[in-house]
Design a protein around this ligand. Structure first.
Ligand code: 1HN
Length: 346
């Protein structure tokens, strides 16, 4: 009896398959899992291991020919998709002295987090921002952007940063457009520091109307972020899971700097044995200072400065460190919040 019905069902599935039909009841549990069950895995990219590959790529191709000379960090379970999580892209970009990465714009929003080197700049919509290690820089959707590393008297140095983009999100919506600027380098219309003076000093231009989805500040310098964390750490406002953790903000609205990507900086105090937490926004971390251990699900990762690691959605997360550590991170939290599906547990 059981066999007969199973055979009949199988035959039925085969017949409807030719009509692009599928029986929901065979898939329901997979489509609506009891808890997040994505493919994204915990992983760590050691900077020590990967840095020589960046040097090699510098010998193989110029920034101009590559357009962007980037080694993409692909999640081991998402190979071939240019994704570090289901919703986000990450890569390490290098620009050598004398090089320019030509100006273009696209629907995808991007962040830069500077990892190594000094002397390069990113230009965003007519204003340049010099890149210093630890700086967080945004290039919002559809803004012209190019990067350059002007030749220095003493020769200059390679500048390397972590790119974070919402490529998989925009791909999901099939909403991507891109175009190249007519020249490699866009014209400069405002002096460096202009947007920081207008919007980054706890002041706003008197008639400013916050109409944009994105922050009017392009560069969030590390020195100021570090100072804020240091002050709070000294006053022992320390969270059991996160240490002292701040989120980057659009100063005109109090919202996120960009509509699809949230960014954070946190300091874990010396001798920290954190409590476990988890959240549905899979998160990419870049280590700024200190060596420590992170437990992601059941895996242990020992990190050091400039390493990158990824925490999947709903994976348990716990920090343990002897030295003081500073971690930058980003996730798709603004999207999940807008959709009302963000969940956290601590
Ligand atoms: C892009 O425009 C940049 O502007 C970096 O530096 C990485 C990856 C995919 C698509 C566009 C950049 C990118 C990118």
């Amino acid at each position: 009896m059981n066999n007969t019905i199973n055979d009949e069902r199988a035959a039925f599935y085969q017949r409807i398959d030719k009509h692009n039909l599928m029986p929901l009841w065979e898939q329901l549990h997979n489509l609506v899992p009891r808890q997040p069950a994505g493919a994204c895995q915990p992983a760590l990219w050691s900077y020590k291991t990967l840095r020589p590959f960046l040097t090699e790529s510098g010998d193989l191709i110029s920034a101009e020919e590559a357009v962007r000379r980037v080694l993409v960090l692909e999640n081991p379970a998402l190979r071939g998709t240019a994704s570090i999580t289901s919703s986000l892209y990450a890569g390490l970009q290098m620009i050598l002295p004398g090089e320019v990465a030509p100006s273009h714009r696209h629907s995808q929003s991007a962040l830069r987090f500077v990892i190594e080197g000094r002397g390069a700049y990113t230009a965003v919509d007519g204003e340049r921002a010099t890149m210093e290690p630890g700086d967080f820089i945004i290039t919002p959707s559809w803004t012209w952007h190019d990067h350059g590393n002007p030749p220095q008297l003493e020769g200059g140095e390679p500048v390397i940063w972590l790119d974070g983009l919402d490529i998989p999100i925009v791909r999901f919506f099939d909403a991507g457009f891109a175009e190249n600027y007519e020249k490699p380098v866009q014209p400069i219309s405002r002096p460096e520091g202009n947007s920081l003076a207008r919007y980054g000093m706890n002041l706003l231009p008197v008639r400013h109307q916050a109409t944009s989805h994105t922050s009017p500040i392009f560069s969030y310098p590390y020195a100021r972020t570090r100072e804020a964390l240091e002050t709070l750490l000294r006053h022992e406002e320390i969270d059991e899971c996160d240490g002292v953790k701040l989120r980057y903000v659009n100063p005109a609205t109090g919202g996120w700097p960009m509509p699809t990507i949230a960014t954070f900086m946190q300091v874990l105090p010396r001798q920290f044995s954190g409590k476990t937490s988890r959240s549905t926004d899979a998160t990419v971390y870049s280590v700024v200072e200190g060596r420590g251990t992170v437990w992601i699900a059941d895996q242990r990762f020992d990190y050091e400065p400039r390493d990158t690691f990824v925490v999947p959605s709903w994976a348990s997360l716990r920090f343990e460190n002897q030295e003081e550590c500073v971690l930058f991170s980003f996730s798709d939290r603004p999207v999940q919040q807008a959709l009302g599906i963000l969940r956290e547990s601590r």
